[in-house]
Design a protein around this ligand. Structure first.
Ligand SMILES: [Fe+2]
Length: 132
């Protein structure tokens, strides 16, 4: 259902053509952080992805997680939004019009063995370049 909704969105978006003419990739990520070892997205700075449209779906995050906010920016000096995906299946969609980044994930540790997690599914759509 998740992917089906993403495909329907891209269908309506129209700017990258039909989903049948795009490469769709699904990436599963787990950020795992301890108090002394934060987890970083790659790249960790403001950027635009290679893919034309990227859906970021939150699957789970532990209650002791710190950070993990998404930043949306017009350029490196103008962050215009800070968004936190909090509920299961909260979704952010990014494209080439704005820069984005994710703040490092930390852990509010109670004991030295504690760790925090943030689980994400990325669904990416890349228009097939016919000129290549
Ligand atoms: Fe990205």
């Amino acid at each position: 259902m998740l992917i089906k909704n993403d495909i329907a969105f891209v269908n309506k978006y129209k700017e990258i053509g039909l989903p049948s003419e795009t490469l769709i990739w699904i990436h599963l990520f787990r950020y795992k952080a301890t108090e002394d070892a934060p987890a970083f997205s790659s790249p960790m700075w403001l950027h635009k992805d290679d893919e034309d449209v990227v859906f970021v779906h939150l699957i789970d995050s532990s209650k002791n997680m710190l950070g993990g906010e998404s930043l949306i920016a017009t350029d490196a000096k103008n962050i215009e939004r800070v968004i936190k995906l909090e509920e299961v299946f909260d979704t952010l969609v990014v494209n080439h019009k704005k820069f984005h980044a994710v703040t490092p994930v930390g852990c509010r540790a109670i004991s030295s063995e504690d760790f925090s997690t943030r689980d994400i599914i990325l669904v990416t759509f890349q228009k097939v370049r016919k000129d290549l």
